[in-house]
Design a protein around this ligand. Structure first.
Ligand code: DX5
Ligand code: ZN
Length: 226
């Protein structure tokens, strides 16, 4: 399989008042990416950060900023996030049915990597056209909780989506987000996920580095089995 593990602590669980030091702490602990949850209080019932915070953080780190857009109008965020220094731009398929081609094209033109996310209630078939397109997304994010809040329970039934995707696309980045940690990583990794978002299990651990390395090991071991 041509995919590598990416462990992405969700900064939603960090101390936002000390974002730069929290980010660098996670990178020192072995994080590959930093997952940035951008919520507009409309697509989800929570409000977090936007481009100004990404811009501030970018001054303190060169890390890959994996931005997850839980917003109703993702296209409005492409230009500001590109300027701010975002690396990945993952939009939700539920709000992009009419304009995903334009979205992908604009995201790439701003030097970011496009990804598509789907909520638990959305069928996996919805993302196929975006992966099969001539100008495709480069990652699919399978939500394993209802988007909006950290600390929720992992939904194992979402692993069917991951399995189907991995079978169809052996070298696609497949990300899972919500409720991942030492007790659920095996389910996700054995289904074929390689990008692992984890908030509360990493930030709440006495030794975050141990949790990060355990999750990486699980992804690697499962890839060897393929
Ligand atoms: C939820 C966010 C997640 C969240 C994950 O809407 O997309 O990234 O921070 O948090 P945990 O790992 O605590 O479920
Ligand atoms: Zn997220």
């Amino acid at each position: 399989m041509g995919v590598t593990p990416k462990i992405a602590p969700s900064m939603l669980s960090s101390d936002f008042a000390n974002l730069a030091s929290e980010a660098n702490r996670m990178l020192d602990f072995g994080a590959d990416w930093l997952h940035m949850d951008i919520m507009d209080g409309h697509f989800v019932p929570n409000l977090t950060i936007g481009a100004p915070v990404i811009e501030s953080l970018r001054k303190h780190t060169k890390a890959y900023l994996d931005c997850h857009l839980m917003v109703t109008n993702p296209i409005d965020y492409v230009e500001p996030l590109g300027k701010a220094g975002a690396s990945g731009f993952t939009f939700h398929v539920e709000v992009s049915k009419e304009n995903w081609q334009e979205l992908i094209q604009r995201i790439k033109s701003k030097g970011m990597r496009p990804g598509v996310a789907l909520k638990p209630g959305t069928a996996i078939e919805e993302v196929y056209p975006l992966v099969d397109s001539e100008n495709p997304v480069e990652m699919v994010l399978v939500m394993t909780v209802e988007p909006g809040f950290g600390g929720q329970k992992f939904m194992p039934e979402m692993m069917d989506k991951v399995r189907v995707l991995r079978k169809m696309y052996p070298s696609l980045d497949i990300e899972v987000d919500g409720g991942l940690g030492p007790s659920t990583i095996e389910m996700a990794a054995s289904a074929g996920a390689n990008c692992i978002v984890a908030g509360s299990s990493v930030f709440g651990a006495p030794e975050p580095a141990a949790v990060i390395s355990l999750m990486r090991k699980s992804v690697l071991e499962n890839q060897e089995k393929c």
